[in-house]
Structures are given as C-alpha cells and as structure tokens.
Design a protein around this ligand. Structure first.
Ligand code: PMP
Length: 406
C-alpha cells in the first residue's frame, strides 16, 4: 500500500485550520511538528483517567500512571533499537539531553588538553554545551569541516580524531541544511581512537528508521515535539554501562535511594537521571506519537519524504534568483534557500499571508550560516503530512515574493 499524505494530514486537526483566510500549508516541522489526534487524545486521557504522580504511590491511579510512563519507555527503546529500556532516560528535550551528557559523562572524562569534536553543521544545542565544558575544563572544541554542498568532509574528520578526542558529537541530520551524516562511518572512525559518539537525532527520528545498536553510537538524543509528540519531553538514550558509571545530573526526589544529611545514595538507571516529577502526560503522549509513526511505517514515511524532496528541489531550482543552501547527496526533506533581493524574513512574512508557514533566520546554526556566507535563510521543512500540493503552494507563494521585490 502506498503512503497517503492526504489521509495522514486528516489525522492532524490543526492542519484543517485556515491562516489569513487561506488553507494552512505547514512547512516548519523541523522546528516543531504538529500533533495527531491520537497524541492529543493520549495526553488528555492521562488527565481524564489516570493522572497521579508516578513511582511513589501505592494507590491504583499512581500505579496506572507509573505503568503508562514505563510502557512509553519500552516503546521508545523498541523504536530506537535499544537493547534495554532502562537505557532510555526522559528529559525535557534534545538540548537537555546533550547538556546532561556534557555535565556528567564529559565532566568525568574530559580534562585540560582533551578535545571534543563536532561538525560545522551542528545546531547550537550541540555546540554551546561543549563550549561551556571546554571553558570549565581547559579542553578544546574541534570542528570538522564541510564542503560547499554541506557534506561532512570525512577524511578531514578522520584526521581530527586523535587519542585526545574524548567525545565526538554529531547531528544525524542537519536542521539547517538537511544533510544526512554518515553516522556508521563516523562511529567506526571514532572507535579506532576509543572516542565515544553522541548523535543528535532531533531531525532524524521523525523521518527515518533509527537503530542505535546498528549505528554503534554511545548516546542518541531527540525531542518529542519534533516527532509529533508533546513539547516538554525528550529522550537521552545511552549505553547502559556508560550511564551506570555516570554521576547524576540533577539531584532531588525520585533519583535517590536514601537520603541523610551526611550522605545520599542514588537509584540505578534510568531513575538516577530523572530527578523530580516529569511531564507524565507528555511522556505518555510521546509513546502515542511513537505508536503513530510506527503504525504508518518509518520506511514508508521516508520514501514519501524523499519523493517530496526531489519534487520540491526541482521546483525551487526553477525559481529565478533562488539559491539552495545545502545540496548534499544524502539529504532529508529540509530545504534552506535564499532569494536574490529579498530578505528571508520578508519571504517568511509574505508567505505567511498566503497561509504558508516557513522558518526564517539562522535556524540556531549560526556557524553553518557563516560557512555559506549568509546571515539567514528561509527554510521549508517537510513531514509525513505534507504533499506535492504544499510544494506547489510554496512555489506560487515565492512568485508573489518575487513580484514584490522585482
Ligand atoms: N538539534 C537539532 C539538529 C535540532 O534541529 C534541534 C531543534 N531545532 C535541537 C537539537 C534542539 O532541540 P530542542 O530545542 O527541542 O531541544
């Protein structure tokens, strides 16, 4: 059965809305994806039927809420191909997951003269925590270069991995360029020098099948809100032996085994890293989102988005004065562009009047903007609910932009 985006679109109530009197064409899923009815229902169902604080209660509602959270943890472990569900840690978002690793694992293993290796295409969330760590420890941030299409220069990357490299942190897919990084190769090279690899999967999990065991990485992070789940919940997956050896991130309730004023002892994983009350309904909603994409099939979603990428790339390349930023051979359905004579923010505003939502700016990836010599781009990012009709609407909208700026 072929994938039917129009059918999928009907699962997302917000997409039936009009904006400025026009049907909504939502092309900003890389920033945050919309939510299907089943996720909205799952969240409200928690509040309606089984809400209570988790882990600590002995009464029925608390046990039900705890079971629902733990069921979501198992689903996510399966979804990621993780060997064990206790390797799945609930955090607020990808940013928090990266900071967690920077403040625990990296604090333990990184010292003066050591190096953290990232790529030139990282999101600020995968740059700034490492810079902060370097400032504290005297370690050095190294940056693997990319070519003019926005592809990692793997040979240059390999030269930068040395015995000083204590961690490699790379995006699975770049949010600004759409580049899909060769994570297996990256892991293989890093392994030769014993460097663990953190993969920022924020842009990957909604669009392609991810298998952390197959990738061979050590940490994998993502945000629930980009994979059609609620905002406020994200995931850190880590290898059990690494997580077990790491100190806690935040201290407080839920993460302790015992507390006295003299000394506290901690829970095992995953709870050691889950201090305080989490977003209970959000976690359950994320579980529903994972069920949703799994039901549609990640391979079918990826094939559909591949078709959209090709269709959209051809259509946009034909727009006079338009320059694509990021033309990697292995690319996800994220299209950044600039248009001669028009500032990206003006493009965004004019498209908005046509009901078309695109993101404009530096996309929290200023270094990659600098690499391409632009302060900002307009970015159309596609998801399972987009169709070729959305691309046609974008192209027609860009004609309007060109009329204004001609
Ligand atoms: N990494 C990448 C590649 C992203 O695209 C984003 C979100 N734009 C993040 C990290 C950070 O995600 P969040 O804001 O949900 O923490």
């Amino acid at each position: 059965m072929t994938f039917d985006p129009e059918r999928a679109r009907r699962d997302f109530p917000i997409l039936a809305h009009k904006v400025h009197g026009k049907p909504l064409v939502f092309l900003d899923s890389a920033a945050s994806a919309q939510k299907p009815e089943c996720v909205i229902e799952a969240v409200s169902d928690v509040y309606r039927s089984c809400y209570a604080n988790i882990e600590r209660g002995v009464y029925e509602l608390s046990l039900r809420a705890t079971d629902a959270v733990e069921a979501a943890r198992c689903k996510i472990a399966d979804f990621l191909g993780a060997p064990e569900s206790r390797e799945v840690i609930f955090v607020r978002n990808a940013t928090e997951a990266i900071n967690l690793v920077a403040r625990t694992y990296a604090r333990q293993h990184v010292g003066e003269g050591d190096e953290i290796l990232v790529t030139h295409m990282e999101h600020h969330a995968n740059i700034v925590p490492w810079q902060m760590l370097c400032e504290e420890t005297g370690a050095r941030l190294r940056v693997a270069p990319i070519d003019d299409r926005g592809q990692l220069l793997l040979e240059e990357f390999a030269k930068l991995v040395t015995p000083r490299t204590k961690l490699v942190a790379v995006a699975h897919i770049s949010n600004a360029l759409g580049t899909i990084n060769p994570v297996e190769e990256i892991v293989r090279i890093a392994r030769e020098h014993g460097a663990p690899v953190l993969v920022d999967g924020a842009q990957a999990v909604p669009h392609q099948r991810v298998d952390v065991a197959g990738l061979g990485c050590d940490f994998y992070v993502f945000s629930g809100h980009k994979v059609f789940g609620p905002s406020g919940v994200g995931v850190l997956w880590g290898r059990a032996e690494l997580l077990e050896a790491m100190p806690p991130f935040m201290g407080g309730g839920s993460m302790i085994r015992s507390v006295t004023f003299e000394k506290s002892t901690y829970q095992g994983i995953p709870h050691k890293f889950e201090a305080g009350t989490p977003d209970i309904a959000g976690i359950v909603g994320l579980g529903a989102a994972i069920d949703y994409v799994s039901g549609l099939g990640l391979d079918a979603i990826a094939a559909h988005e591949r078709d959209l990428l090709i269709y959209a790339t051809n259509a946009l390349e034909a727009v006079p004065g338009l320059r694509l930023i990021g033309t990697a051979e292995r690319k996800a359905a994220v299209i950044s562009f600039v248009l001669e004579g028009a500032h990206p923010h003006d493009i965004g505003t004019i498209l908005d009047l046509e009901g078309i939502a695109v993101r404009t700016g530096h996309h929290c990836a200023q270094p990659v903007m600098d690499r391409f010599g632009v302060p900002a781009t307009a970015r159309a990012s596609f998801a399972l609910y987009n169709s070729r009709a959305d691309v046609d609407a974008l192209v027609a909208g860009l004609e309007k932009v060109r009329e204004v700026f001609a």
